[in-house]
Design a protein around this ligand. Structure first.
Ligand SMILES: NC(=O)c1ccc[n+]([C@@H]2O[C@H](COP(=O)([O-])OP(=O)(O)OC[C@H]3O[C@@H](n4cnc5c(N)ncnc54)[C@H](O)[C@@H]3O)[C@@H](O)[C@H]2O)c1
Length: 258
């Protein structure tokens, strides 16, 4: 098994892509600390995996260094060490640029980007003290590159994730810690059903610009996470991998069928 006896910490693991990554890593032999704000869902999720899963409830809008250290300590308390961090928790708010609320901008940057930074620092300190490296994966998005005028907070957070990943990768590789990111296209999760897929028209527009002509399944992101966290990806350092059904490569001159 690819991740036999590995310990992973995944934020936003109660549902969606975080849950899919947790489920996949557990199937590959790991133990996982599910970190999320939704207590009931974490209980429900971890109950499925017995002693291979533990939960930690916190609100990442309040993240600071001591909270990050507490979260990492929770993984070590539960399972004795930490080998893999997936900084996945993310939120979105849509509004025209001129109306975009300051509070929403701050909240998105804190949950999506600052929590990855602080948990990355804390996880790296733990991994360095253990002395056998590790893998850190930041959940980015195709919106690290694409611009939607109604999602400035989200786009900035994901653009930041790209550089956070690169800086961490260069800084941590000497300790055997590989840092990479995943930038999914449109995957069928609750975040999307509530936001960019809320109407039939939005759905049609997204599919028309997705060469694979379908939405992604969370398992198709989880498989990338499992690969990046494994030794199969031992020479992949500081990259963002885009499981996006071809969204980013579609040249604008190719006619699309809306
Ligand atoms: N679904 C997609 O198509 C897609 C595409 C690109 C990137 N992403 C990224 O993948 C990640 C997961 O997205 P998803 O679609 O699974 O979303 P989701 O809304 O289904 O799940 C997000 C999880 O994060 C948790 N969370 C939110 N705010 C939190 C907070 N303050 N403290 C602790 N936990 C909190 C939620 O409770 C939830 O379990 C996000 O970073 C998102 O930006 C998703």
């Amino acid at each position: 098994m690819k991740h036999k006896d590995k310990v992973a910490l995944i934020t936003g693991a109660a549902q969606g892509l975080g849950f899919a990554c947790a489920e996949r890593l557990i199937a590959d032999g790991a133990k996982v600390l599910f970190v999320d704000i939704q207590e009931d869902k974490v209980k429900e999720a971890t109950a499925k995996f017995g002693d291979r899963a533990a939960g930690w409830i916190c609100d990442l809008r309040q993240i600071d260094t001591s909270m990050a250290d507490e979260i990492v300590a929770a993984a070590v308390d539960a399972f004795g060490k930490l080998d893999i961090l997936i900084a996945n928790a993310g939120i979105i708010h849509l509004d025209d640029f001129v109306d975009f609320p300051e509070a929403a901008f701050d909240e998105i940057l804190t949950v999506n980007l600052k929590s990855a930074f602080l948990l990355g620092q804390s996880a790296a300190r733990q991994m360095i003290s253990q002395g056998h490296g590790g893998s850190i994966i930041n959940m980015s998005s195709i919106n690290a590159i694409l611009a939607n005028p109604r999602s400035v907070g989200y786009a900035v957070s994901k653009g930041g994730m790209k550089q956070l990943t690169a800086v961490m990768a260069v800084g941590l590789i000497e300790h055997g810690i590989r840092v990479n990111a995943i930038g999914p296209g449109t995957i069928l999760t609750e975040l999307n059903l509530r936001s960019v897929m809320a109407t039939e028209e939005q759905r049609r527009m997204i599919l028309s610009r997705t060469p694979a002509r379908r939405l992604g399944d969370p398992s198709e992101v989880a498989s990338v996470a499992s690969f990046l966290a494994s030794d199969d990806a031992s020479y992949i350092v500081g990259q963002t991998i885009y499981p996006d059904g071809g969204r980013l490569i579609l040249n604008y001159t190719v006619p699309v069928n809306e």
